[in-house]
Design a protein around this ligand. Structure first.
Ligand code: FE
Ligand code: FE
Ligand code: FE
Length: 202
């Protein structure tokens, strides 16, 4: 559909957010499952419930204004969700992954904050007062979620991640050292100690 008027732009933006929220209802359960810290997992689940409510609010706005949503896909959310999936794929479960999940989630929230901020401004301009109230309620939830994630990252996930031991790559041992150790092990007295230890399963 061609966007010509401010009303068109409002409808287009609203349709985009409908797609974005729908994508999130599928992504958030995965984020929750992937989180290491149970509190973070719970935060994602809570926001899933809010997100389902946000989809309903868009339906209410549609009813209120007698609109028909465009069937479009929010490509930005598709990309942001994909980045979250990459974190899950590439970072093993633990505090570092949690820090990455929070980062991915905050990028999502910031996109939503920008989008709902615009929708509220367009709605106010167009005199859609009741609709704006609904959209503001969603905007507040997105902002609160973003703040909660900041507190969680700085107060818990990041400090924990900083303490997580670094997996150093195994350094190949210089050949000279290896040979010397083998000589040492093959001396009669030590050889029997090693045999004993092996028998004990040490
Ligand atoms: Fe949302
Ligand atoms: Fe979008
Ligand atoms: Fe959100």
């Amino acid at each position: 559909m061609a966007v010509e008027t401010l009303e068109d732009l409002f409808l287009h933006s609203l349709s985009d957010m409908y797609s974005a929220e729908k994508q999130l209802t599928k992504a958030l359960p995965k984020m929750s499952k992937a989180a290491d810290n149970p509190e973070l997992a719970a935060a994602f689940t809570t926001h899933l419930e809010e997100t389902e409510g946000q989809v309903q609010r868009i339906d209410e706005v549609v009813d209120l204004l007698g609109l028909k949503l465009e069937r479009i896909k929010c490509k930005a959310m598709e990309g942001l969700v994909e980045e979250g999936a990459e974190v899950i794929k590439e970072v093993p479960k633990g505090a570092v992954r949690d820090a990455g999940l929070i980062s991915a989630a905050q990028k999502v929230e910031h996109y939503e904050i920008a989008s709902y901020g615009t929708l509220c401004a367009l709605g106010r301009q167009l005199g859609y007062d009741e609709a704006v109230e609904l959209l503001e309620a969603t905007l507040d939830e997105e902002k609160a979620t973003d703040e909660k994630l900041t507190v969680f990252a700085e107060g818990s996930a990041n400090p924990r991640a900083a303490r997580e031991p670094r997996r150093l790559p195994r350094r190949p041992q210089p050949r000279r050292l290896r040979r010397r150790r083998n000589e040492f092990r093959s001396r009669p007295a030590y050889a029997s100690i090693y045999r004993l230890r092996r028998q004990e399963g040490a």
